[in-house]
Write a protein that binds this ligand. Structure first.
Ligand SMILES: Nc1ncnc2c1ncn2[C@@H]1O[C@H](COP(=O)(O)OP(=O)(O)OP(=O)(O)O)[C@@H](O)[C@H]1O
Ligand SMILES: [Mg+2]
Length: 341
């Protein structure tokens, strides 16, 4: 675990992202704030469509500026990055922040070998000879689990399996030992053994280089294993955040209760949907004015038609009208916890 006295690396305040659509501007991310300290692992969790990828891609300047409006303030190592020119942002991405994107094909160019792509990435940020860059690319591919890395550098993306492509993207993202690694579902395409290897690798980077990591995942088991901090997203907002330990032991928000209650067993198949929460999350054009979760929340009441208040409990925060003893008792009912002695 990392202490909260480490310097701030990334500070996001009021990030709001809207897309121009046929129906006008629709908000996919609404007033999202969070921060990451050096060497810390923040996990962002939430159902499909909650805005996890949009949040990260827009703060990294990877959105389409023609159709996307991004408001708010983002500081990386003290520098405000939303306002930076594209060239400066490109240099921060890669050297300062490594992105492992959700779709490996968008990160790879089909016409070049993966070795060439990794070497280019390294040489764009570090003064290295072609030979040294090749050596480093082979080492990186070995680190991410390629059995024959010297042969793999010569392969084109289409000659790799989905899992291998994902690992090549990870090798590229970590090639310059970035201070922050942003990993959007980095293990989804991988089988369980490789998933474990990739997680071990991320943890080793944190240990050896003090890298901080933002890890987006659907897998609450992974979150429980590696995260220091957790942010729970629902319908474009962070509905709850705090240290992983308290989020797991004392979640504040009914949506988080549902997530906890739906954690799949360690063995056996993993359910795709959250079985304990009925219904579906809204799409950005249908997000209610008030609490986005209210239509699915069994504790919703009239106040939930207004924007929910931010409740704080030490390092934890939640967007919900529920409070105090009432919340405690409802949570115990949902999670069937023993009444504390
Ligand atoms: N360019 C775009 N224009 C319009 N809507 C978009 C655009 N990009 C994303 N969206 C919408 O924004 C919402 C949030 O998408 P996002 O990709 O962030 O979800 P997510 O939380 O990453 O989901 P998943 O877990 O499936 O990856 C979705 O409803 C998506 O359809
Ligand atoms: Mg996503």
């Amino acid at each position: 675990m990392t202490g909260s006295n480490k310097p701030l690396l990334l500070d996001v305040k009021g990030l709001t992202v809207s897309f121009a659509t046929d129906k006008g501007l629709v908000k996919a991310v609404d007033d999202v704030s969070f921060s990451v300290r050096q060497g810390e692992i923040l996990s962002i969790v939430g159902e499909s469509g909650s805005g996890k990828s949009v949040t990260l891609l827009s703060l990294l300047g990877l959105h389409d500026a023609k159709t996307t409006r991004v408001d708010g303030a983002v500081a990386f190592q003290g520098e405000r990055i939303l306002e930076l020119p594209a060239s400066r942002m490109r240099s921060i991405r890669g050297k300062g922040i490594g992105l492992i994107s959700q779709d490996p094909m968008t990160a790879l160019t089909p016409v070049y070998t993966i070795g060439w792509q990794i070497e280019e990435q390294i040489r764009a940020h570090e003064k290295l000879s072609a030979r040294a860059a090749r050596k480093r690319a082979i080492e990186l591919l070995a680190e991410v689990g390629f059995a024959n890395p010297a042969e793999a550098v010569g392969r084109y993306p289409h000659q790799l399996s989905g899992g291998m492509r994902q690992r090549a993207v990870i090798a590229m993202a970590i090639s310059c030992n970035p201070a922050l690694i942003v990993a959007d579902e980095p293990t989804t395409a991988l089988d369980v053994t490789v998933q474990a290897q990739v997680l071990d690798l991320l943890l080793r980077l944190r240990k050896d280089f003090g890298s901080a990591i933002i890890l987006i995942t659907h897998d609450m088991g992974v979150v429980a294993e590696v995260a220091d901090q957790v942010a729970v997203m629902y319908a474009g907002r962070i509905v709850e955040s705090g240290p992983a330990k308290v989020i797991f032991s004392h979640p504040l928000h009914p949506y988080t209760w549902g997530l906890m209650a739906s954690i799949p067993p360690l063995t056996g198949p993993r359910p795709e949907r959250l079985i304990s929460i009925g219904g579906m999350p809204p799409t950005p054009e249908n997000i209610p004015e008030g609490c986005g979760f209210a239509p699915r929340c069994r504790f919703a009441r009239i106040e939930c038609n207004a924007r929910p208040p931010l409740r704080r409990l030490e390092d934890q925060a939640g967007l919900c009208v529920l409070d105090g003893d009432e919340r405690e008792s409802l949570r115990r009912t949902v999670l069937s916890l023993e009444v504390a002695a």
